[in-house]
Design a protein around this ligand. Structure first.
Ligand code: GRF
Length: 219
């Protein structure tokens, strides 16, 4: 089976990148990471990719006269690498309509809340301040409006009464690491398709629950 070629964009720590690297290393996982792009030099995520022998590129946004020139360089790198799907994994630049128009339906993001609740930054503190009983994480297609594209998968995480922001963030992050590879599997196996801003599922009844496409992911 031809594997889906992933281009992962990061800006920092890269723990979701590592989760994708680990998933792709498993036998029969239907995707492979072909390229990792960071807009920040020397970040931890780049070292994680290099340790897994994945090609990396640093494309610093500061080196370009404007956003379009920066995104042109990113687009060019993904095109040349034959990327099928871009995974934003802690990429801290808002994607402009220029790049979105070139990758619509082929660019996904992970966000640490149950969208559409709490888009944007400081999600965990805002969820706690709002008295929410659950937070969680969402993998969604990327559209012009930030954190508002069609939702692929979500997982809830209970908020404990005495939670601190960092405790909640850590528990959500652990679930993100299972959810992102699962979303990639669903796309790569054809369970999920993007059409005109919406998700088309092949057959929702037959869609496996998280982890079941590859039970090792839940261990
Ligand atoms: C994650 O919480 C992700 O949901 C958000 O940015 C964070 C990135 O963390 N978009 P990491 O770099 O993957 O460790």
């Amino acid at each position: 089976m031809r594997k889906l070629k992933l281009g992962v964009q990061i800006s920092g720590r890269g723990s979701n990148l590592q989760a994708l690297i680990d998933a792709c290393a498993q036998e029969n996982f239907p995707a492979e990471i072909t390229l990792v792009i960071s807009n920040v030099e020397g970040v931890e995520g780049l070292a994680k990719a290099q340790a897994a022998n994945i090609r990396t590129l640093t494309i610093p946004h500061k080196s370009f006269p404007n956003k379009e020139a920066f995104e042109e360089a990113i687009d060019d790198a993904h095109q040349k690498a034959g990327i099928d799907l871009i995974c934003l994994a802690g990429f801290m630049r808002v994607i402009s309509p220029y790049l979105i128009s070139r990758w619509r339906g082929k660019m996904i993001n992970i966000h640490p809340s149950l969208l559409p609740a709490f888009p944007g930054p400081h999600t965990h503190q805002r969820a706690m301040d709002a008295g929410a009983l659950f937070s969680g994480c969402t993998v969604h297609y990327v559209e012009e409006e930030v954190d508002a594209g069609a939702i692929i998968v979500q997982a809830p995480v209970p908020i404990k009464p005495d939670d601190t922001e960092s405790e909640l963030a850590a528990r959500v992050l652990a679930i993100e690491h299972k959810l992102y590879p699962y979303a990639v599997q669903l796309i790569a196996c054809g369970f999920i398709r993007y059409q005109d801003g919406k998700i088309i599922s092949k057959d929702t009844d037959s869609m496996p629950p998280i982890g079941l496409l590859n039970p090792a992911l839940l261990s």
